[in-house]
Design a protein around this ligand. Structure first.
Ligand code: GDP
Ligand code: MG
Length: 661
């Protein structure tokens, strides 16, 4: 049977109150008898040990409940930028979102990032202004910020005064005796009228606009993600929570039901000691039952489902089947990974990038004997979060990870301790540089010794446009190199570019295979896999490479009096920025700055401005930089330029199947 379903993500900058709101919902629908509390470490959706200890959410946590005949699947998400990858995965399975903003802090750095992603994906969003109980809370100033800073088209549907006894009222009630409400109605009806010609006409002609018409318009626009209804409350005091629940039904469209062929997305992987790998999925079409054999489109394999469950409060319950529109947990699939598509791919929302990991660290076991265990643990964790891009250099005994920031390594350390009983530490992070050829050049390789082998290749490489990535083509006829061997060359290019001559991934490069030869009797596919990196590295050696460094696009806002100090800092950090804009004794200023020089600037800015300065940034682009300003690295592993050693190593590795292409 299919129900009325809403899949809702609850998103915000850290500490705005996401987990508290989730707890209140669960309490309200009587799914929990006692109220969980983040401050006491008893929140249900903060189930990892580290989340309880630190009071911050690290993983997304889905929980389902039924309220007035509607199944609500609520996904609490981490609010810290370091865990944005987790949020990205959740965004793909939502019918709508609640974006929580604190009435004290207002729009914060991460609010921007989340808002742009929600807007980009056209996800209907309700704003909840939380913590209105706190002294100094200014609800409608926050609404102004949303409209000015985010250009969000936010329309309040409630009114509350910040008095001793907080009372939340419907803003659009007719004939309210309160002058503040009348004032706000006037203010926002104009914004509403801009969305609807008929309403505008009536308004200009002085015709009374009734409440239902306004609600309908807000609903219609919200369904299309063109307007954000704003609600308010204090989750900790249970204020405004029930109204927020009602707003979900009103302003967020029900999940679509499509009974055709199965189409589902895996948005989270969890490990369970007994059941093994658990895949959290959302069904966009079709249905799933226990013991179904499912086609994993991404891996192109079939796997059998052992069990289907859903999370109701803190308990997983067997449901046996899932229908289009719903989310649930599947066990039994041994190879499934996060991001995999089950069934047909049509209709699955695209992914979006909130934040890229621009830093790299090495993990080390404090007790060296735990090294292999640590590698296995990191492999498991990278299966749950592929952005970690875990690389295990076996010969060097090195474990490399990519990360978003320092909090992430702190949390990883705690997870390794709690879940795997391993004491680990991480090196200081390094910026992830890239490299690109400095000019056009060629690389030639003749791999025909020691026999039996035969692969002759000549590559031309050229610098590509910034951001173009890797473009490969072959001009060699299949009479010279058979198609099957040419395919091996193409498949190996990516691997060959993992490290260039300065130790970083090579990008923005055009590669053309311009000459080559196979041998009827002596050539094997493996010969081309071994020869390609040799040819590419020689070409790179001939052209030389230029380092590329990651740059962040930023916006700073602070008091006018701090302008001089801040622009001084920015210049020292090699930032480029436009002229500041001034308003109400504050300025805002946007520009672009290297990651390498701005790692801890958010903290520094906060100290410099006594917490009143704000900076938000997002990955911008890679730009060239000198070796002196950047950083070069030793080649890790066996370098294809070290010919005889490379051939010996690559032959062994190829046989040992270590080269998964
Ligand atoms: P999250 O990081 O968004 O999940 O935020 P939490 O739910 O963990 O809450 C962060 C902190 O704010 C906790 O100390 C909460 O007790 C507190 N908090 C949450 N809601 C309110 C509220 O409505 N009023 C006040 N005064 N504090 C709140
Ligand atoms: Mg939380």
């Amino acid at each position: 049977m299919q129900k009325n379903i809403r899949n809702i993500g609850i998103l915000a900058h850290v500490d705005a109150g996401k987990t508290t709101i989730t707890e209140q919902f669960l309490y309200l629908v009587s799914a929990t008898r006692t109220l969980g509390n983040v401050d006491k470490g008893t929140a249900i959706t903060d189930f990892l040990e580290v989340e309880k200890q630190r009071g911050i959410s690290v993983r997304s946590a889905p929980v389902s409940f039924v309220w007035e005949n509607t199944t609500i699947n609520l996904i609490d998400t981490p609010g810290h930028v370091d865990f944005s990858a987790e949020v990205e995965r959740v965004l793909r399975v939502l019918d709508g979102a609640i974006l929580v903003v604190s009435a004290i802090e207002g729009v914060q750095a991460h609010t921007y990032t989340l808002w742009y992603a929600l807007q980009n994906l056209k996800i209907p969003t309700i704003i909840f202004i939380n913590k209105i109980d706190r002294p100094g809370a200014d609800i409608f100033k926050v609404v102004d910020e949303l409209n000015k800073e985010l250009k969000a088209n936010a329309i309040p549907v409630q009114f509350a005064d910040n008095e001793e006894d907080i009372n939340i009222e419907d803003l659009w009630l007719e004939n309210s005796p309160k002058p503040e409400i009348k004032y706000l109605q006037e203010k926002y009806i104009e914004q509403l009228a801009e969305q609807d010609d008929e309403l505008l006409d009536d308004y200009l002609n002085g015709i009374l606009i009734d409440k239902n018409r306004i609600k309908e318009l807000i609903q219609k626009q919200s369904f299309k993600a063109k307007m954000l209804p704003v609600l308010m409350g204090a989750a900790k005091m249970k204020l405004g929570v029930k109204e927020l629940l009602e707003a979900i039904k009103l302003y967020i469209p029900s999940a679509k039901t499509d009974n055709s062929e199965l189409s589902a997305l895996v948005f989270k992987i969890e490990h369970n000691k007994k059941l093994g790998r658990l895949a959290h999925v959302r069904l966009f079409a079709g249905q799933l039952k226990n013991r179904d054999v499912v086609h994993n489109y991404s891996l192109d394999i079939d796997e059998k489902i052992a069990r289907i469950q859903k999370v109701f409060t803190n308990k997983k319950e067997d449901v046996g089947e899932l229908f289009a529109g719903d989310i649930g947990i599947i066990s039994g699939m041994l190879q499934v990974r996060v991001g995999d598509i089950l069934g047909k791919p049509e209709g699955i929302p695209k992914s979006t990038t909130l934040n890229l990991p621009l830093l790299t660290v090495q993990a080390k076991a404090i007790n060296e004997q735990n090294y292999a265990q640590l590698a296995a643990a990191l492999q498991e964790l990278a299966g749950e979060d592929p952005t970690l891009d875990f690389v295990w250099l076996k010969a060097e005994k090195e474990l490399h990870l990519k990360i978003m920031g320092a909090i992430q390594t702190e949390i990883l350390q705690t997870i390794l301790k709690n879940r795997f009983s391993i004491d680990a530490e991480f090196t200081e992070p390094t910026v992830v540089y890239k490299e690109t050829p400095s000019k056009t050049g060629e690389g030639f390789v003749r791999y025909w010794m020691p026999k039996p082998c035969w692969a002759i290749l000549k590559f031309k490489i050229e610098p590509g446009e910034r951001g173009s990535g890797v473009i490969y083509k072959s001009e060699v006829s299949v009479n010279d190199i058979q198609k099957k061997y040419q395919n091996e060359v193409e498949k190996t290019i990516h691997k060959a570019l993992e490290q260039g001559i300065k130790g970083w991934e090579v990008t923005d490069i055009k590669i053309t295979l311009i000459e080559g030869e196979d041998h009827v009797a002596h050539s094997n596919p493996g010969d081309f896999i071994i020869a390609t990196p040799m040819g590419i590295m020689r070409a790179l050696e001939n052209t030389g490479t230029t380092l590329l460094e990651p740059m962040l696009r930023f916006t700073i806002s602070a008091a006018e009096t701090d302008l001089g100090k801040i622009t001084g800092d920015l210049t020292n950090m090699r930032a480029e920025f436009a002229n500041p804009q001034f308003e109400n004794e504050r300025f805002t200023l946007s520009g672009i700055v290297p990651v390498a020089t701005s790692l801890d600037y958010a903290i520094k800015l906060s100290a410099l401005t006594s917490g009143k300065g704000k900076i938000n940034y997002q990955f911008g682009e890679y730009r060239s930089c000198t070796d002196e300003l950047g950083q070069t690295r030793e080649y890790k592993g066996v370098n294809p330029l070290d010919e005889s050693k490379w051939i010996l190593h690559a032959r062994g590795a190829y046989k040992a199947d270590e080269w998964k292409l």
